[in-house]
Write a protein that binds this ligand. Sequence first.
Ligand code: ASP
Ligand code: MG
Length: 453
Amino acid sequence: MSIDKLVVAKFGGTSLANSDALTFSAKIILNDASRRVVVVSAAAGVTNLLVELTTVTDDEQRFKLLKDIAAIQYKILDALHRPNDVAAAIDGLLSRIAVLSERLLIDSTKALKDELLACGELCSSQLFAATLRELGVNAISFDVRQILRTDSHFGRAEPQIDMIAQLAQLHLAPLFDKQVVVTQGFIGSDDHGMTTTLGRGGSDYSAALLAEALGANAVEIWTDVAGIYTTDPRLAANAKPLAEISFNEAAEMATFGAKVLHPATILPAVRRGIEVFVGSSREPERGGTWIRNRIDNPPLYRAIAVRRDQTLLNLHSLQMLHARGFLAETFATLARHKISVDLITTSEVNVALTLDKTGSDSSGEGLLSDHLLTELAQHCRVQVEQGLALVAIVGNRIATTPGVCKLVFEVLENINVRMVCQGASPHNLCVLVAEADVPQLVATLHQRLFDAA
Ligand code: ASP
Ligand code: MG
């Protein structure tokens, strides 16, 4: 069979959590022959258990976690009636987890942690391929480490785009002609063949990278919500599903409503103009949201996005007065520590910035290491504030339409705004507020922006 349309379909942890969820997900593949490459996360909860396993200090805790992880995988395997080859693969992976966790007790390196974390995705790819075969789909499981080449920054590795394209053409492209290929998100390998991970939540990124490498026509992100909403429905009961949004709008969203999918993770698809779909694997018939390059007549207000757990750094230095280079120095320090900055505002002698946690390090290492703070403190006074949330009003022509700020600031009347960013992009207006203010703010804003019409 030759393929005239290629779709890369990614399934998140909840879509793989148990045999029921796997069957719903497998039917999506069964229903459309263009879905030839499947990217899977670990089953829900498994990566968290594996991360916990990297922090244990005694065998009692370790054995309990090993048991919990095995229980999730075995329950699925039992429902599949334990096909011999798959049972052997899962047993092999579970013993690998046990061995690695024991080694970690005495040799806690980030490389070893990545090898351990990878086992979650390696298990679910075996189980998903087996579920597909049970439904009569010719499916194989493929080790993505053969093609997803990264640098050696364990815990949050950077993909090597050109190398991935070459390797994917060589090793993966010849396979999906004849069968559905199920592979792992989140994991890769470096030049020395060592296992790496892309950072927490990295499977969406993997799917977009593979779609780019294979020149796919679309990427589908199958999750537990039916697409992207005007805001998180838990915060506004009237939140409405969005049939489509533009890449520009998507890029300004902190999160996609209830679906926490950071736009950075779909950048590879954006680069190639590959359309991205987000939908619910439980209820595919409800449709979902398409993220596309061009949208006709985009509205002034599209959505309200929220990103919680923000860290604000306030840097004060008199060096900034009539001087040059302070920001360059600050950003160079942050870049050396692999930290990306989200929002920034400046005064004559202060710079305030929020830090981007996208794909935070899988090894559980915090963004603000003592080392970084010491380095920054060498050229300025540093203050750190936490417990903040970013609320972004996303839309079009925001910076050129009179009245937008008036409307938003009216809603903010009784709320302390820690920081405001507006003007850099036509697509957003962001405010940083205390986490505790988010429910009231988002509910009222949503009402004013979307319910009035
Ligand atoms: N399993 C990984 C995590 O939980 C990657 C992902 O789900 O995208 O972070
Ligand atoms: Mg996930």
